[in-house]
Design a protein around this ligand. Structure first.
Ligand SMILES: [Zn+2]
Ligand SMILES: [Zn+2]
Ligand SMILES: [Zn+2]
Length: 369
């Protein structure tokens, strides 16, 4: 019996998805011995209209194809083994091993999710990550302007994206599929487009609603919960600043934290900055916030240095307490701030320090005050 070929629709889909694929495919083939026949498991099959089925649930009778190579598959429905599908005799799949098959299948599953979402058949995937601060889940919706997914897409830097999610001709998000190896560091560094890496194994079971991110650039640094904690920190800091008619810095060099004065117990602001010495004798810049600093003699340190003082009772707030004690506001950034090799003081570094200070306050210090 003649086997009908996959429909025009399927072939068109393959053609649109074929950009740049030759390079990667031939690369993958070079690594592997030429297969005699395809022995890889086929967990999903498509019919001549391009409809996907789990191999166990595929309709009997019609022609079925491998979603990776679009060549015929046969259903194996015996009594000895779990029902499954396999490539028809003599068919050589373009994926020569289970690992490459899984990789190819995951890419197509991702593209299929995007296509079905755009066709109104399915909700968009949601990018899910672990918060860098607390290990809770954070979520990020997909860019709603994304209108298609292109497999093995050649990016402007010459590298090949496993899948590029594009808005028109513009790649907005690269999705890399991990099966055996993570995205190499040089590739990650070269990627000019936001990217995520997902676990290919998950996609062999079907289309997950959440895309759990293993690595990438688009994950936020903190989840909703941590962001709300950080907002509390800034609200508290603004309230104290207003009380003392201070303007809070929006960038380097001064970081600020919230603590309570050891002497009068008022909640106060304190500042820190990257510097050469643990007990600094110079100020990096004049700033409204430096009104909280005084050049004072410390009996603990046995020297003069620029120290934070309480605006209520003028007691010195020693650096030892502010940095070195776990209930000190600058404890999470101490190593970086007093590291003399950290000479750059970029806005990014300032923001990261402020995030750490705010999170530390919310998690450990707020309840003490
Ligand atoms: Zn195949
Ligand atoms: Zn969090
Ligand atoms: Zn005080």
């Amino acid at each position: 019996m003649a086997v009908p070929a996959p429909s025009e629709l399927v072939l068109r889909e393959l053609a649109t998805n074929a950009q740049g694929c030759a390079g990667e495919r031939s690369g993958a083939m070079d690594d592997q011995p030429e297969p005699r026949s395809s022995v890889v498991m086929v967990p999903w099959v498509i019919d001549a209209d391009g409809t996907w089925y789990r191999a166990q649930q595929a309709p009997k009778g019609g022609s079925l194809f491998c979603p990776v190579c679009l060549q015929p598959v046969v259903l194996k429905r015996g009594t000895q083994r779990v029902w499954h599908a396999a490539h028809a005799p003599g068919v050589r799949c373009l994926a020569p091993s289970s690992e490459t098959y899984l990789h190819q299948l995951a890419k197509r599953m991702i593209a299929r999710h995007i296509a079905e979402w755009r066709a109104g058949l399915r909700a968009p995937p949601i990018i899910r990550y672990r918060c860098a601060m607390c290990d809770r889940h954070g979520w990020q919706p997909l860019d709603p302007q994304i209108d298609r997914a292109l497999i093995e897409y050649r990016l402007p830097d010459g590298s090949i994206a496993d899948v590029a999610l594009c808005a028109g001709d513009e790649p907005r998000l690269v999705v890399e599929v991990r099966v055996t190896h993570p995205v190499p560091a040089e590739k990650a560094a070269r990627l000019a487009v936001p990217w995520i890496e997902v676990d290919g194994q998950v996609f062999s079971d079907g289309m997950p609603h959440y895309w759990d991110v293993l690595a990438g650039t688009v994950v936020s640094q903190s989840c909703d919960h941590c962001r709300s904690e950080i907002r509390d920190f800034y609200a508290t800091a603004r309230r104290i600043a207003q009380q003392w008619n201070l303007t809070l810095p929006k960038g380097p060099p001064y970081r600020y934290g919230i603590t309570h004065c050891w002497k009068c117990q008022h909640t106060i602001l304190v500042v820190a900055w990257p510097r050469q010495a643990f007990y600094p004798t110079v100020l990096p810049a004049k700033d409204p916030i430096t009104r909280m600093l005084r050049y004072r003699y410390s009996h603990t340190a046995q020297c003069h240095y620029w120290a934070n003082v309480c605006p209520h009772c003028h007691a010195m707030q020693g650096n030892w307490f502010l940095y070195d004690e776990p209930d000190g506001p600058f404890f999470p950034v101490m190593d970086d701030l007093v590291d003399p090799s950290m000479s750059d003081d970029s806005q990014e570094r300032w923001q990261r320090d402020m995030r750490l200070i705010a999170h530390w306050w919310a998690k450990h210090l707020r309840s003490l005050q």
